[in-house]
Design a protein around this ligand. Structure first.
Ligand SMILES: C[S@@+](CC[C@H](N)C(=O)[O-])C[C@H]1O[C@@H](n2cnc3c(N)ncnc32)[C@H](O)[C@@H]1O
Length: 212
């Protein structure tokens, strides 16, 4: 198990995320090729039914809308503009990593280009395991762009490959997940933003989280 060094989860801007995300940003954070790769990996991994999009905004990148989509993020206007969403929740995961949902609420969860902003990722991943039904996937996707003042130091100091290992480690340390998988989902020859996915399925048998 990886021990994270002191300061790993610190950020250049430690002020409230509520301030940083107060104004809506109705933009896309990755290019069209990477967005297509997000939709493709969701489809390939069977993300459908009751779905939670964590750290969401005005667009959720599904090829086809899930049956019921709950979006959770920081900016109410961004979430209100999300055409696929059925339920919208403003919630700061860095202040409170406990999700405001009952156990086993969702068939699947996703988090697109945002996992690098979590200062308590193990707690968040553990709580995602609580709200996703056994056998359901949690799919984290990311590229190589970010808001540098809001990303954790450990992310800024590591490579794309190490980001995949880091997110896989979040799954392992959180517990409640089967062994994670990681893949580059855009072709090496495709110009533009790369898109990585790290995912795991909610364990169907209970195992305690790793200590530490
Ligand atoms: C780069 S944007 C990505 C938005 C969206 N997932 C997408 O694919 O375009 C980062 C998102 O993370 C969300 N976010 C950042 N910090 C957060 C926090 N502490 N708690 C919950 N959501 C957060 C913001 O609301 C913002 O929409």
């Amino acid at each position: 198990m990886t021990d994270f060094p002191d300061g790993f989860f610190d950020r250049t801007d430690p002020t409230s995320d509520g301030d940083f995300y107060a104004l809506p940003r109705l933009v896309t954070h990755i290019d069209d090729g990477a967005i297509a790769a997000v939709g493709a990996v969701y489809e390939a991994l069977g993300v459908d039914g009751d779905v939670l999009d964590l750290m969401s905004s005005w667009v959720s990148h599904f090829r086809a809308p899930p049956r019921r989509l709950t979006v959770l993020g920081m900016n109410a206007q961004e979430l209100a503009a999300n055409p696929m969403a059925h339920e919208r929740v403003v919630h700061d995961l860095n202040e409170d990593p406990t999700l405001p949902f009952a156990d086993d609420t969702f068939d699947a969860a996703v988090c697109c280009v945002s996992v690098d902003y979590l200062v308590r990722p193990i707690e968040v991943f553990r709580d995602v395991a609580r709200v996703v039904r056994p056998g359901g996937p949690f799919v984290c996707t990311f590229s190589n762009r970010l808001f540098p003042t809001k990303a954790i130091r450990g992310w800024l100091l590591t490579s794309d490959q190490q980001h995949c290992e880091l997110v896989a480690e979040y799954f392992r340390q959180a517990g409640g997940w089967d062994a994670p998988s990681a893949e580059l989902r855009t072709p090496l020859t495709q110009p533009g933003d790369p898109l990585y996915a790290v995912w795991a399925y909610r364990a169907t048998t209970e195992e305690p989280p790793l200590p530490g």
